[in-house]
Design a protein around this ligand. Structure first.
Ligand SMILES: C[S@@+](CC[C@H](N)C(=O)[O-])C[C@H]1O[C@@H](n2cnc3c(N)ncnc32)[C@H](O)[C@@H]1O
Length: 276
């Protein structure tokens, strides 16, 4: 018998996704959810109906993380949206290097919230190393977080296939990547001096961020709010606000905006906001 996802089952899945993660699961995601779910159940066994029932009634944490991976989209790339990296170079790294901007204890903290496979935090680490002369002894720490176990496993491995390096200029590849050890599939491994700047943690943006350290000079919350309803977006942005230093920046995806939200930020540049 072919086990297919029905509309009522999809509705039930969408309800849980909304209440747990604020995800607005549109009907156009129906086929994607069906395909990923059947792939998962082919390995683990059981029917879609039984799986939905378990997720509704007695899910374990592990069940919920698998469920999140089934729904989430982890598309990312190195130096995605160069205007954001241009802004940071102009407003943060270069002024620090020139001494026209300073930071308490010479410490800079950046949070790449929803960092997917780590390309975003590693891009930040590359840029910091390229712009800040080592003799100035800045301490730059980057936190990368995501809820997806699959994405975090990739991020922690720091190994990328050739096809994932699209945003990386040849000089950067040469400077910051090493051929990955032969045991893994062919790929490129992030150099240790970048790895030591980046810490990865599993975090649900729906939860309190108080244990995430900070306060941060800048938070990148890019290309994940599009999946949230308006109310959730507002809550998440307010949580990020509480984690920023005074006048810290919040950078969202280039197709995202805070304009319809009641949040204390003013616009610095398109999709870049300053804490008020
Ligand atoms: C499209 S990727 C964006 C990655 C990166 N920020 C970028 O712009 O290239 C969206 C990421 O948001 C994560 N995400 C979605 N909802 C989340 C939640 N409630 N908590 C934590 N991460 C979430 C997904 O797992 C996914 O890795």
């Amino acid at each position: 018998m072919i086990d297919t996802l029905t509309e009522p089952l999809f509705e039930r899945i969408a309800r849980i996704a909304r209440s747990r993660w604020g995800l607005a699961l549109h009907a156009r995601k129906f086929s994607l959810v069906q395909n990923r779910l059947t792939t998962h159940l082919r390995k683990s066994g059981g029917t879609i109906e039984a799986w939905v029932q378990r997720i509704e009634r007695t899910p374990t944490d592990a069940d919920m993380l698998v469920f999140f991976d089934i729904l989430s989209t982890n598309v990312t790339s190195f130096f995605r949206d160069p205007t954001h990296f241009g802004f940071l170079e102009r407003e943060l790294w270069t002024p620090l290097a020139r001494g026209t901007r300073t930071a308490a204890g010479r410490k800079i903290r950046i949070w790449s919230a929803a960092c997917s496979n780590g390309a975003e935090p590693y891009s930040l680490a590359m840029q910091a190393r390229e712009c800040l002369p080592p003799e100035q002894k800045w301490e730059v720490k980057i936190l990368g977080s995501d809820l997806s176990t699959k994405a975090l496993t990739a991020a922690r491995s720091g190994v990328y296939a050739e096809s994932q390096l699209a945003g990386l200029a040849p000089e950067r590849r040469k400077r910051w990547l090493l051929p990955a050890p032969k045991a893994t599939e062919p790929g490129w491994s992030v150099r240790p001096e970048l790895r030591e700047m980046v810490e990865f943690r599993q975090h649900n943006l729906m939860d309190s961020p108080n244990s995430m350290g900070g306060p941060f000079d800048c938070i990148l919350l890019r290309n994940c709010m599009i999946y949230f309803d308006r109310e959730t977006r507002e809550e998440v942005v307010l949580r990020m606000h509480s984690m920023l230093k005074p006048a810290g920046w919040l950078i969202v995806g280039s197709a995202e905006t805070l304009s319809s939200l009641k949040v204390p930020f003013k616009t610095a540049s398109a999709s870049i906001y300053v804490k008020e």
